[in-house]
Ligand binder design. Structure first.
Ligand SMILES: [Zn+2]
Length: 442
């Protein structure tokens, strides 16, 4: 937006109001317990969780944005120095708990920032969010600028709804009644998946102590425990779900690992130094199998879409994503009718300039952009995808495949900035930081 007015998920000094879309660490880089640059606006759930992430945060600086409510701010126009009114509406982003999109209106026009979002067709929450968004847009023809979660802004990225993906996880766990199950998750997000597993299998899900505290703050059903001895299903920080650990565990009890993620590619190794290659996504995740728009989909019972991908003897990947797939983004853009789009994830190894695919949907007919053009992106406000047990592991981890997949990736226009998500560590596979995507602030 206008420099010096408001910032979204960007924490450098100079703005008059700061907005946090959600608590994943790639959106809070620069925010700390000693924050003092200005008022911070966020959803009620984020406000509840924030003091646990930033223990000494000055809570008098927090302001709550209720979903569906338009708030009025009186700020000073940086250009004219006179008072200007900014209207901001929070809309459910259907990403992780507390996540919101933010619609700003004022003398600068109409600007929508999605934060990270999942716009599932057929999802009741997304349907409600669409209603709120349409109401907030009111008589507007569309938004002037859309700051878009472009994580999967490429037709290559197609994966099913979370409901379908959850079904696959549950079916897998049910099919292996004698196995322990380890599920890699982040410090926030994918709670619904764990609750569904617990409910369907009528068991508790073991989590680590901080995660249990988060579950309780979120008011989730009492299906979580920290007692590893009373359940065979356990969620662990994604970074600690390693092949070598699973192999060790299998010496005692049969154990599988599950990675729920919108991962488009996977690197597999068969044996030391040898990797499978090829597309993990396109050959298997056919749109006609997944899409809720597809007639085929409606005729099939959920879960009848093939088993999870076994990426190792003891490890499965399930395309459970909290980011929109390409077709959901397309649907979203048709609703908000932007004049221009700026991708907020700008340094992913898979970065795609959103105008390349979506410029045709903009109100002003935009020239087709180069796939990887990031001239709009500012250097500051980097999003960091560092995976560590302490940090909130924001985004779905993207797995990538080596070998001949690389040339295919080029054909598909996917930027391979840093190939490795899964790196071999002796005989194991370790999930590491894959991308340091930047986020366009202001
Ligand atoms: Zn996120």
């Amino acid at each position: 937006m206008e420099m010096g007015l408001v910032s979204v998920d960007r924490w450098v000094q100079g703005s008059q109001a700061y907005f946090l879309t959600h608590l994943h660490s790639d959106h809070t880089k620069g925010l700390s317990s000693s924050w003092s640059h200005g008022l911070l606006f966020c959803s009620p759930t984020t406000a509840k969780l924030l003091p646990f992430k930033f223990p000494d945060f000055d809570l008098s600086l927090l302001r709550i944005l209720h979903v569906g409510t338009t708030h009025t701010l009186s700020l000073r126009s940086p250009s004219s120095s006179s008072t200007t009114t900014v209207f901001v509406t929070a809309i459910d982003a259907c990403h992780c708990p507390g996540s919101v999109m933010l619609l700003f209106r004022g003398e600068f026009g109409c600007v929508l920032h999605t934060g990270d979002f999942r716009w599932e067709v057929g999802c009741e929450r997304a349907r409600m969010a669409k209603q709120v968004l349409r109401a907030a847009l009111g008589g507007e023809d569309g938004v002037d600028v859309l700051y878009l979660d472009n994580t999967y802004a490429n037709p290559t990225y197609d994966f099913p709804s979370r409901q379908v993906a959850a079904r696959k996880v549950i079916d897998l766990v049910k099919s292996l009644p004698d196995h322990d199950v380890i599920i890699g998750i982040n410090s926030l997000g994918k709670e619904d998946l764990l609750v569904q597993i617990a409910m369907e299998l009528n068991i508790k899900v073991c989590v680590w102590p901080e995660r249990l505290r988060t579950m309780r703050i979120l008011g989730l059903p009492d299906v979580f425990t920290t007692d590893t001895t009373i359940t065979r299903v356990r969620a662990v920080p994604q970074c600690s779900l390693k092949i070598d650990t699973l192999e060790t565990m299998n010496q005692r009890r049969p154990t599988i690992g599950i990675l729920p993620s919108g991962l488009p590619w996977a690197k597999k190794y068969i044996q030391k130094g040898e990797f499978l290659s090829g597309s993990f996504l396109t050959s298997r995740y056919k749109r006609d199998k997944w899409s809720e728009n597809s007639k085929d989909q409606s005729d099939k019972p959920i879960g009848n879409t093939g088993p999870p991908e076994q990426i190792h003897q003891h490890m499965y990947a399930v395309p459970y994503s909290e980011h929109s797939n390409y077709f959901e983004i397309e649907d979203f853009i048709k609703v908000v009718k932007p004049t221009s789009i700026k991708g907020i994830v700008s340094a992913s190894e898979c970065y795609i300039e959103p105008m390349h695919f979506f410029g045709r949907l903009c109100r002003v007919n935009q020239p087709k952009q180069d796939l990887h053009n990031r001239s709009e992106v500012k250097d500051s406000g980097k999003r960091v995808g560092t995976v560590s047990p302490e940090t909130s592991l924001g985004d779905d981890v993207k797995l990538h495949r080596y070998g001949s997949g690389t040339s295919r990736i080029k054909l598909l226009g996917v930027r391979k900035r840093r190939l490795s998500v899964l790196i071999r560590k002796r005989r194991g596979v370790k999930i590491v930081d894959i991308d340091s995507p930047e986020i366009v602030g202001n």
